[in-house]
Ligand binder design. Structure first.
Ligand code: NAD
Ligand code: DAU
Length: 357
């Protein structure tokens, strides 16, 4: 039995679905169900007694303590977070609350539960903290990729809140001996991603013949990884990761945002030839404040220790992703109403679209 936090979000739900398909042992899934948490992502597990979704906040220590003692998990896999950089610029408070204070609350409750365990459960226990490449800051074009020992230099309120949570996790291992492992991953894409993030936003805007807003000059570089490959890596680190260690995860797939937008347009042209060329929808808009120029991950450690490598290339993963959004119109319809519309208004109304390509 494992306790997953944030398992109704994008990566968390992919992880829970993969876990139930490939591992033995049930999952208790603690999720606050914010705008980003969506029980529809877990619809395939309806009636499956191996999955229990509990609506709650990781800051609710009484609830976390109760869940730990009731279900006695052998591990906590901590995905829950406020995850969107642009939202952290518009309003950082929730990021401090969930990412820093929430992780602290979870660590405190984990420490209390773990300290009551007897061997071998005690040394076998794991607190796996899911983090990001953004904690390392921004790279110049020819800088080497981030390694596990690159000094932290977070630039957005989101990245700073994740960096703070990583430091707390590190300190709980160093000071109390809590068997923690941290994973730092690059940009994920795939099914169930909320369409505030670049790839689903571009796919859905393209299908609706709406503008495809590229921030700044479109030359910012991200390293893209298909979400299921990330989930496989997390499972490996959970099973084999050494306590106190951190592991970088990435796709070795650096692309500019403009290249990503164009690759999506090519697939949309195939799917909707009557609307081709979708590239004419691409336009440059006001840049994100403090926009990190480039991320790149050196993943030699996880490759060497566990033989992990991504299965999907960007071409195969992006094709699967576009097909998923085409095939899941109901899911899309349900997430793109209400709160989503308010976000689109808040983020894009002051970003005039210029230089249509
Ligand atoms: P997401 O925003 O899609 O999902 C976050 C989930 O956490 C949601 O289900 C939400 O309801 C839940 N949540 C938020 N606040 C909570 C709280 N206080 N208590 C309980 N649940 C709460 O995020 P994601 O993209 O799936 O990211 C998951 C994790 O992976 C995050 O920690 C993020 O920092 C990290 N990460 C994401 C990416 C990426 O590209 N998306 C890359 C690297 C690392
Ligand atoms: O690097 C890992 C991080 O990737 C995760 O830690 C975050 O949780 C996740 O949200 C993601 O952060 P990014 O800021 O990189 O993702 P986003 O999809 O918001 O943006 C990707 C790039 O695309 C970034 O350079 C900004 C740009 N962008 C984004 C949007 C939403 C655009 O050009 N236009 C847009 O409309």
């Amino acid at each position: 039995m494992i306790l997953v936090t944030g398992g109704a979000g994008f990566i968390g739900s992919n992880f829970v679905l993969q876990w139930i398909a490939h591992e033995s042992g049930p999952v208790v899934n603690l999720d606050k169900l914010t705008y980003a948490g969506n029980p529809d992502n877990l619809a395939d597990l309806k009636g499956d007694t191996r999955h229990l979704l509990v609506r709650g906040d990781i800051n609710d220590r009484a609830l976390v303590g109760k869940l730990l003692r009731e279900h006695r998990p052998r591990a906590i896999v901590h995905f829950a977070a406020e995850s969107h950089v642009d939202r952290s610029i518009h309003g950082p408070t929730d990021f401090v609350h969930t990412n820093i204070l929430g992780t602290f609350s979870l660590l405190e409750e984990a420490r209390s539960f773990w300290s009551e365990l007897k061997e071998p459960d005690r040394s076998g226990f794991r607190f796996l903290h899911v983090s990001t490449d953004e904690v390392y800051g921004s790279l110049a074009p020819h800088d080497p990729a981030f390694t596990e020992t690159t000094p932290y230099a977070p630039n957005s309120p989101y990245a700073a809140s994740k960096a703070a949570s990583d430091h707390l996790v590190r300190s709980y291992h160093h000071t109390y001996g809590l068997p923690t492992v941290t994973t730092n991953c690059s940009n994920n894409y795939g099914p169930y991603q909320f369409p505030e993030k670049l790839i689903p936003l571009m796919v859905l805007n393209g299908l609706r013949r709406k503008p495809l807003p590229v921030y700044g000059d479109g030359q910012n570089v991200r390293d893209w990884l298909y979400v299921e490959d990330h989930c496989v890596a997390v499972r490996l680190v959970l099973g084999k990761g050494r306590a106190g260690e951190t592991y970088n995860i990435g796709g070795r797939c650096e692309m500019t945002n403009l290249e990503v937008a164009r690759a999506i347009c090519v697939l949309l042209d195939e799917a909707r030839p009557r609307d081709a060329p979708h590239e004419k929808l691409i336009g440059f808009v006001k840049d994100r404040p403090g926009h990190d120029r480039r991320y790149a991950m050196d993943t030699r450690k996880i490759e060497a220790e566990f033989g992990w490598k991504p299965k999907e290339s960007f071409a195969t993963g992006l094709r699967k992703t576009v097909e998923w959004y085409l095939d899941n119109a109901k899911w899309v319809e349900r997430v793109t109403s209400g709160e989503y519309q308010r976000w689109i208004e808040a983020n894009y109304s002051n970003r005039e679209m210029g230089n249509r390509k």
